[in-house]
Each structure stands twice: as structure tokens, then as C-alpha cells.
Design a protein around this ligand. Structure first.
Ligand code: FUL
Length: 718
């Protein structure tokens, strides 16, 4: 991670008398010469390698995030810094329980939000009073960073700190030199008071916007400090070692290059490089040949997939029933670890200061499932076709020896030890030599012919592919395209156990509730009174009407009730059949305002976009046809990948008659919606009666003039 190391171009000449060939490597960075040919650039691209820290980090595969702090007690996702430390009082905080649970989930490192955007510090810092020292927890004598670090040491877990550069509490924020010093002091405390730190996480979020306080961060000084105090740590996101994958969904790219044209870190040099190429962490392509053609530098800058086990980053009681299921977590595993990235899974402790039982249960299931899947590599003992016999591809998960292909394209045919049945393929490149493979396929010998069972692009540190269940005695790996001879360190085939998928609960426009599952022929049992569905609850036999809303809980069973899925909960509010849009600011003809209340999240209201269009504020007024008791409202951003038009700041009004309005929320924010554009549920301070409501937008999440709305509605109570 040092700048020094950047420039080291290692040419380890072999001993001349042995006539060994020179081994060329570029640790973490390569700079091209002017006018360098594409061929020469690709030759070098194939030889960019990670630093030792980056390699160690990559091998962790699964790491954990702990979001804990003031927000845990306010129920918010972003605090504004005005919170009183008085409210911070976990009743049973037990960092050992966190680490134990995470370890049981297969996690190898824990990163704690030592300070989130609200500025509240979880350690007794000397830099501000806004910390645990001013809280009632342990009479102000507690230190969560220390408790966590001690627990990590006890359980052999690596340890990292998240220190938010954006600080909504610090008075000096915006006075750049003063805040930079303040931040360096905080960093120094964290990096010197607790022993070894393995990852430092700098968030990229800064929501102050154009009118807020503008802080110029001294990134170089921060990196220097880390290099000085914790030289073995990697620095993530706004750091120079680990890259944000670009979404908070848990899904990485299929083509995931660790060698990127995207420049790491926040220094002006790196910013300029990225501006020139119009690149950011969210760009689709960070490392293709087309991009390398234009690039002047390449970096080893591997992806980290951060995602929360719940919808939010912080604990919210109302999300207890929305902990991701085993099936979802396994999907995320294949799409992060299995897509050449490190998974950073957030598991937020609750108000007690404990990881909730529901999260603990899923963590355990996840590790058990992954261990079971990968315990038996069916490639073990395979023999390779003649030309490879002297050097077979390891199937040992050791990441030691590797097979260097004699040429490209190339095929490696393996005769298995007997007939095997599998549904997962694993491939790894030896990244200590670089990331090279650009296109490959895997075939199986079936009915006297080769049948393609998987094709993909990059491999990198690890690629996992789920394939249709295949029974064969021969498999073949073909590398069609690579930046140089490929160096494959592991080739595996595995049989993953089936997962009983959780039921999905939907309600259609008619108010009918429908359950579906991917598992064939499950029995689904459900309840409508909030109780846990058991084998003796009502059986689902077909759609049923839920006109005024309610809580539906369902669970699937197979094998005569021996196996059961997780419990799935959906809260439905009043059916919108009587609702009408009585007023709106403007609409694009293809996306009318009525789509915002049609009960269908995949249709949207969109105001006209482009240049010279109507700007904020936009608004929509809805008549619900009858007076209802409501205690909140929700806003679902548009469905699909494109989130343009997502609203970030809004006001919300209600009325009994559509004439006299009460403002319930004034220029409020949908916190973190730019990074995590999911359904937002806003609870009011008290239950109100209303027939009409009005949503007014003030600012978009992506600084656009227009807005889009997948769905809005109210949370009604009986
Ligand atoms: C984002 C933050 O704004 C969220 O609150 C959360 O900490 C996430 C990991 O990063 O940028």
C-alpha cells in the first residue's frame, strides 16, 4: 500500500549461470510508457500482482462488518450528529458473543464502525466528548473497540476499524486543516491503543451536498499515518488497497478484474487519472483490453462486496423478520467470493448489544452449508490427458502449486476417479503471478460427446460457477483467451446440497396474497396473527384476500415436515383499490403518476428527464378514499438496476380534507439511499388520522432534476 512500493518494478534476474529466465512483476502498480503498444501493455497487465497485505486479505474470503452506535438507539441509518450520548446504553453488550457468532458463520475478520457519520466514537477518544465516555454505558468507563479487539484476539479473528471521514458532529468539520488534524488524532488513537489492526475502512459517503460544509480531506496524510503505525493493514474504499465493488446488494461483477484502470484512493493524482478515463467504483468495466488501450497506469485494486444481513446497516427491531435467508446468503456467497471478491457481511448488534438470535441462526447455517458443499472435491485423484501428466492441476485448495498452461488456447482434460455427480465448478488463478484468464469454459463428457456446462470470463483469485447437476467421468477445462499463459492453482468440482428455499409472499392488485417457492412440492403453512407458523398452522392451498392489510408469516416444509425453511414475514398495508392521485407536479407520458400507487413496485412514476426539465420540488397528492389511522409511510425507489430519479430529501404532509395540511416531515433525508436504494419505511412520532397525503421531493440521490417513484403508500394501523 505504500507509494514507495508502487514504483518498485521488480526484475528478479535468475542466476545467470543457471540461465534462468527473468521473472517480471509489477507490485500493485504499473505505469505505461508513452505510445506503448497494446500488446506490450497486456504483457505488463498480466504481471501486476498484489502486495503481501492484499494477498493475505484476499485469502480471508469472508469478513464481517459490525455497524453499531448511536443509530442503534435512534433507529436511523445516518445520524445527524445532534444525538445525545445519553441515549447510548446497551444493556448486555457482549463483544465475545459477536465474535463467536461471526466465527461460527465462517468470518475471518471483524470491522467495527468505531465512528459513523454521526461522529459518535465507540472508544473513549481524547479528541471529542462525543463518545462512549459521555454515555451511561458502564458509567462512561467502557470502550467497545477494546472489548471487540480482546474478543478477536481470544477467538483468533482479524480486526479492522471503520472511521468515517464524514463527521456530522465535529465542530471543526469543514475547517479543513483543523479537521484533518482531528481525524489524524482519531486514527492515531485507533491504530496505537489496541494492537494490530488488519483493515482500515474509509467510507466514501459525504451527504452534506453543495450547501453543506465542504471538507478537503488530506488523504495522503491519512495513508502515511497508517503506513507508519500499521504497515500490515489494508486500507479500503477511500483507501489504496481494497476497492468498493460498486453496490451494496451483495453481488459483484461476473467479469471482475483485480487489475484495474481505476486508480485507488482519494489523492489528487488518483482523482485526475479517474477523471481522465471517466471511471469510478461503479463503472461496469474497470479492466478490459479496450480500457487498457486508453489507460496510462494499471493497479492491483481488488473488489470487496459489502452487504448487510438485514435491509439496513444498523439494527432496527422491525427488521428482525427480514434477516436474509440461507438461500439468499448462499447466492451472495457465490456472487462475491465466487466472483473474485472478498465478502464483507454486516451483522449489526441490537440495542442489548448482542447479535440477534435470527442473525446468529443464519450465520451458523451459512457456514455449515458452505463447509458441506466444499468438503469433498470430486476432482481429487483425477488424471490429466498425456501432455499434462507431469504437471496436473492441483485440486487441493492449498493455493500452493499451480499449473502453467503451455499455450493459449489450451484444454486440460481430466479423467475422474470413477463417475461423479456435481453441480459446482471452482477455479483459481495463482494471483501471486497475476490475473490473466479472460475467457474459459468447462465441459463434461456426456453420451460420447463434450457438452458445455459453464462458460465465463475472468477467474482471478476464485471463480465459483453453479452448473446444472452433471454426472460424468471426464471433465475438460478450456481457456480460450488469456493475457498470457494462465497459471491455474485449483480446479474443483463439488456437489452442493439442495437448499429448501423460503416461500415468497406477494399480494396482487386485487388484494390476493400468493405464495411461491422454488423448491418443488413443499407444504406451506402460514399465520395471520403474528405467531410463528408451525406444522399445524393453516395450510396454504391457494390465493386468499387480505383487503385491509395485516402480517403474513409463512414457512415451507418438505420430507414430511422433517425439513423446514426460515419463517418469512410480510406486512401488508391497506389495499389501494380506492386510492386516486388528485395532483402531481409533472409526469413523463410513459410513466404516469398513477403508477406510484398501483400496488406494483415494478411500474413507476417518472417526471420528464434530460435538459430544461422541471426541477425539484416535485410532488404527488393522493386521496385514499377514506380516513385511515396511519403511523408512517414508505417509498420504494424504482425497480431494476437503473436508479436514476431516486429521491434523497423530501417533505411529507397529511390532511383530513385535502385542504388543510399538516407537515409531518420537513426536508427529511432518506439516509444512504444513493448507495443502497431500497424501500424506505418512515415511522411518524405518533399515529395520525388522514385521508390525503402529499409527498414533496427536494433533492435527488444523484443530483438530478427529475424524480422516479416505484411505489408509495402509508403504514396503516387498526
Ligand atoms: C455507506 C454508509 O453511508 C452506510 O451508512 C454504511 O456505513 C455503508 C457500509 O457505507 O457508504
Amino acid at each position: 500500500m505504500t507509494f514507495k512500493k508502487y514504483f518498485i518494478f521488480i526484475l528478479i534476474a535468475g542466476f545467470a549461470f543457471l540461465n534462468a529466465s527473468a521473472q517480471e512483476k509489477y507490485i500493485k502498480r504499473v505505469d505505461f510508457e508513452e505510445g506503448e503498444t497494446l500488446q506490450s501493455k497486456i504483457h505488463k497487465a498480466a504481471r501486476v500482482v498484489p502486495t503481501q497485505q492484499q494477498l493475505n486479505w484476499q485469502k480471508l474470503e469472508m469478513t464481517a462488518f459490525i455497524h453499531f452506535g448511536i443509530n442503534t438507539f435512534t433507529g436511523r441509518e445516518w445520524g445527524d450528529g445532534s444525538e445525545s450520548p445519553e441515549i447510548f446504553n446497551p444493556s448486555e453488550l457482549d463483544a465475545r458473543q459477536w465474535v463467536k457468532s461471526l466465527k461460527e458463520g465462517g468470518m475471518k475478520m471483524v470491522i467495527l464502525t468505531a465512528k459513523h457519520h454521526d461522529g459518535f466514537c465507540l472508544w473513549p477518544t481524547k479528541t471529542t466528548d462525543h463518545s462512549v465516555a459521555s454515555s451511561p454505558w458502564k458509567n462512561g468507563n467502557g470502550d467497545i473497540v477494546k472489548e471487540l479487539k480482546d474478543a478477536c484476539d481470544e477467538f483468533g479473528m482479524k480486526f479492522g476499524v471503520y472511521l468515517s471521514p464524514w463527521d456530522r458532529n465535529a465542530e471543526c468539520y469543514g475547517d479543513s486543516p483543523a479537521y484533518n488534524q482531528f481525524f489524524l488524532d482519531q486514527l492515531t488513537e485507533l491504530l496505537t491503543w489496541y494492537g494490530k489492526v488488519d483493515e482500515v475502512w474509509f467510507d466514501g459517503a459525504n451527504g452534506e451536498g453543495p450547501n453543506g460544509k465542504k471538507q478537503i480531506y488530506d488523504w495522503s496524510a491519512y495513508y502515511k499515518k497508517i503506513e507508519e503505525l500499521q504497515p500490515e493493514a489494508v486500507v479500503a474504499i477511500m483507501g489504496e488497497d481494497v476497492r468498493w465493488v460498486g453496490t451494496e446488494t451483495g453481488y459483484g461483477r461476473e467479469t471482475e478484474w483485480s487489475v484495474t484502470a481505476l486508480a485507488p484512493g482519494g489523492t489528487s493524482e488518483m482523482k485526475a487519472i479517474n477523471q481522465e478515463l471517466d471511471l469510478n467504483a461503479q463503472s461496469k468495466d474497470l479492466g478490459s483490453r479496450e480500457l487498457i488501450k486508453k489507460a496510462e497506469h494499471l493497479f492491483w485494486f481488488p473488489a470487496e462486496v459489502d452487504v448487510s444481513i438485514r435491509p439496513g446497516w444498523f439494527y432496527h427491531e422491525e427488521e428482525d423478520s427480514r434477516v436474509k435467508s440461507l438461500a439468499k446468503m448462499v447466492d451472495i456467497y457465490y456472487n462475491s467470493v465466487g466472483m473474485n471478491a472478498v465478502l464483507l457481511l454486516n451483522v449489526p448488534p441490537d440495542k442489548r448489544g448482542l447479535i440477534h438470535e435470527n442473525d446468529v441462526a443464519v450465520l451458523k447455517k451459512l457456514k455449515t452449508y458452505i463447509d458441506k458443499t466444499f468438503e469433498n472435491n470430486l476432482m481429487q485423484g483425477a488424471t490429466f490427458a498425456p501432455e499434462l501428466q507431469t504437471q496436473t492441476i492441483p485440486a487441493d485448495n492449498l493455493y500452493g502449486a499451480a499449473w502453467k498452461t503451455p499455450r493459449i488456447p489450451v484444454s486440460a482434460e481430466a479423467s475422474l476417479q470413477g463417475t461423479k455427480t456435481f453441480n459446482v465448478v471452482l477455479l483459481q488463478e495463482d494471483i501471486t503471478k497475476g490475473q490473466r484468464v479472460e475467457e474459459f469454459c468447462v465441459e463434461a463428457w456426456i453420451n460420447n460427446g463434450w457438452k458445455t456446462i459453464a462458460t465465463s470470463t475472468t477467474i482471478g483469485y476464485k471463480k465459483l460457477l453453479r452448473v446444472p447437476e452433471t454426472t460424468t467421468n471426464k471433465v475438460r477445462l478450456t481457456i480460450h483467451k488469456s493475457r498470457d499463459k494462465a497459471i491455474i492453482s485449483n480446479f474443483g468440482i463439488f456437489q452442493a446440497p439442495e437448499i429448501l428455499s423460503d416461500p415468497v409472499i406477494l399480494r396482487n392488485k386485487k388484494g390476493e396474497v400468493v405464495f411461491t417457492t422454488e423448491t418443488a412440492h413443499p407444504v406451506i403453512r402460514y399465520t395471520l396473527d403474528g405467531s410463528e407458523p408451525t406444522a399445524s398452522s393453516m395450510e396454504y392451498t391457494g390465493p386468499f384476500i387480505l383487503e385491509s392489510g395485516g402480517t403474513v408469516k409463512a414457512r415451507a416444509f418438505i420430507n414430511n415436515f422433517e425439513e423446514q425453511s426460515s419463517i418469512v414475514t410480510r406486512v401488508f398495508y391497506i389495499n389501494k383499490s380506492k386510492w386516486a392521485v388528485t395532483d402531481y407536479s409533472t409526469q413523463h407520458e410513459g410513466y404516469p403518476a398513477t403508477n406510484a400507487i398501483d400496488g406494483n413496485e415494478s411500474t413507476m412514476w417518472h417526471t420528464p428527464w434530460g435538459e430544461n426539465v422541471d426541477k425539484h420540488p416535485h410532488h404527488i397528492t393522493v386521496d385514499m378514499g377514506e380516513k385511515l389511522k396511519i403511523n408512517g409511510f414508505y417509498y420504494s425507489p424504482r425497480a431494476g438496476e437503473n436508479k436514476s430519479g431516486t429521491i434523497a430529501r423530501y417533505s411529507f404532509f397529511i390532511s383530513k380534507n385535502g385542504k388543510k395540511w399538516t407537515k409531518i416531515k420537513d426536508n427529511a433525508e432518506f439516509s444512504n439511499i444513493a448507495n443502497n436504494p431500497i424501500r424506505q419505511e418512515v415511522t411518524f412520532n405518533k399515529t395520525c388520522k388522514a385521508r390525503f397525503f402529499k409527498l414533496v421531493s427536494h433533492e435527488g440521490a444523484y443530483n438530478e432534476a427529475w424524480i422516479s417513484v416505484g411505489e408509495i403508500g402509508v403504514m396503516n394501523v387498526k
